[in-house]
Write a protein that binds this ligand. Structure first.
Ligand code: IMP
Length: 423
């Protein structure tokens, strides 16, 4: 399998957690390279449901090493909570199967406060963030005032750094009408988390380099999706990291010439959480999916906005990620739809566009041009062979893969491992 980068090819929530779990079977190491606990990867094993926010879902399989790379922003208190949750489920997490990059940046409560305060001030123009402090934490990293794991676990250095950063941030918080944070409380909380995490903190760049040299299979798991990428997404309605395949290199220290394949995960339709343009958004399909109890966020529980498959967008995703192979998920969500629509172009200002405009305001005004596909009106969730899928379903899946411009290799008809077909 070699080194595989897995990315979301839409607006996040493509079902990456499940595909990562399936691909982990043939990987030795799974690395998370960007984002923070804004992500929520849901994995079902038998009847048990696991939602992981920071720890790669590879942790649920024995004999895999999971790594949080340098590109991640990490809430140490949240991470300790996640470790406790796994311990309660009897899943062992030790320095032998879990490592944290010493240069990953830390999320503090002031980042969350600033995230919330900025959203409130934006009013109707808000981004609709997860309020996990992701934007302000990456902002500090870029402004070179962030703190890293290497600082947190250094008991001599951390208190003074914390005092200095807190003083500045308390001024900002108070200016925005918030309540100042207490130094002693924060120091106690973060020192305790640092003590708990210290055994896992390593030079993960060296570890990954050595593993790659000896030929280990490494899976780089993406969080969020292509159109939430800080550079290639629908800015400013994006997250603050590179969710596209390049982020796997910068967020891990593994160079591009060590990567062998990019797998893009897509839903058979489109969803988005938070604000920002979504050209194919459609009330009929939203009501249908929500009525089935689907499409509610794993991290915030928010109802996702839903729409038809947007091949203009996924073609763009294939281009910026260099997607070789596609995994299409949530196929069963369309089982009862008689007339399925796929957006193949946009119409805006009297022009026909076959590419994604860079300006989110223009994208918001784009009218989708649809091609129609006949539905299959048959439950697919118990089907285990691609050739056993209804002919209309196979035709639909192969068509959206062709429109996207990559080879379909995985089709998923439900959350369980068994509901996965390989082509
Ligand atoms: P932030 O990452 O919390 O700053 O949120 C920025 C945007 O990214 C918002 O529209 C969020 O809803 C969206 N977002 C962040 N994480 C995820 C995710 O894991 N899945 C889907 N959308 C996400």
């Amino acid at each position: 399998m070699a080194n595989v980068i897995l990315v979301g090819a839409q607006w996040g929530d493509e079902g990456k957690g499940k595909i990562i779990d399936v691909l982990t079977e043939t990987s030795e190491i799974v690395v998370r390279t960007q984002g923070g606990n804004n992500a929520g990867h849901t994995v079902f094993i038998g009847r048990d449901k696991y939602v992981l926010h920071l720890i790669p879902s590879g942790i649920l399989r024995p004999n895999k090493v999971c790594v949080i790379g340098n590109g991640v922003v990490l809430d140490p208190v949240g991470l300790v909570g996640e470790l406790d949750g796994l311990a309660r489920l009897g899943i062992p997490v030790t320095p032998a199967n879990f490592q944290i990059s010493e240069t990953a940046h830390i999320v503090f409560p002031w980042h969350r406060q600033l995230d919330g305060a900025r959203e409130t001030r934006k009013g109707k123009d808000k981004i609709g963030t997860t309020k996990r402090g992701i934007g302000p934490a990456y902002g500090d990293k870029a402004a070179r005032v962030g703190m890293r794991m290497i600082d947190l676990i250094n008991r001599e250095r951390f208190p003074a750094k914390l005092r200095e950063r807190l003083a500045e941030n308390n001024e900002v918080i108070q200016a925005l009408g918030g309540t100042a944070l207490d130094y002693d409380q924060l120091l106690a909380e973060y020192t305790a988390a640092g003590d708990r995490l210290r055994p896992f903190v390593k030079n993960t760049v060296l570890f990954l380099h050595e593993a790659s040299q000896r030929g280990a299979n490494i899976l780089f798991e993406g969080a969020q999706g292509t159109f939430l990428d800080i550079d290639h997404g629908t800015y400013p309605y994006v997250t603050s990291s590179n969710t596209t395949s390049g982020g796997a290199c910068t967020g891990s220290g593994v160079p591009p010439n060590r990567m062998d394949k990019v797998v893009g995960v897509l839903k058979a339709y489109t969803t988005r959480v938070g604000e920002g343009p979504l050209p194919t958004e459609n009330a009929v399909i939203s009501d249908l999916l929500h009525g089935m109890g689907r499409e509610f966020g794993a991290t915030t529980g928010r109802a996702r906005r839903c729409g038809w498959f947007d091949a203009v967008a996924t073609r763009h995703a294939a281009m910026v990620n260099g997607i070789d192979e596609l995994a299409i998920t949530n196929i069963d969500g369309l089982d009862t739809v008689a007339d399925i629509q796929v957006c193949v172009a946009y119409r805006v200002d009297g022009q026909l566009l076959r590419h994604l405009p860079s300006d989110s305001e223009v994208l918001a005004r784009c009218e989708p041009v649809y091609e129609h596909f006949p539905g299959w009106s048959t439950p697919t969730d118990a089907i285990t062979q691609f050739s056993d899928l209804p002919v209309n379903c196979r035709h639909y899946l192969l068509s959206i893969a062709q429109l996207t411009g990559a080879r379909l290799t995985i089709a998923s008809v439900g959350p369980a491992r068994e509901q996965t077909m390989f082509l």
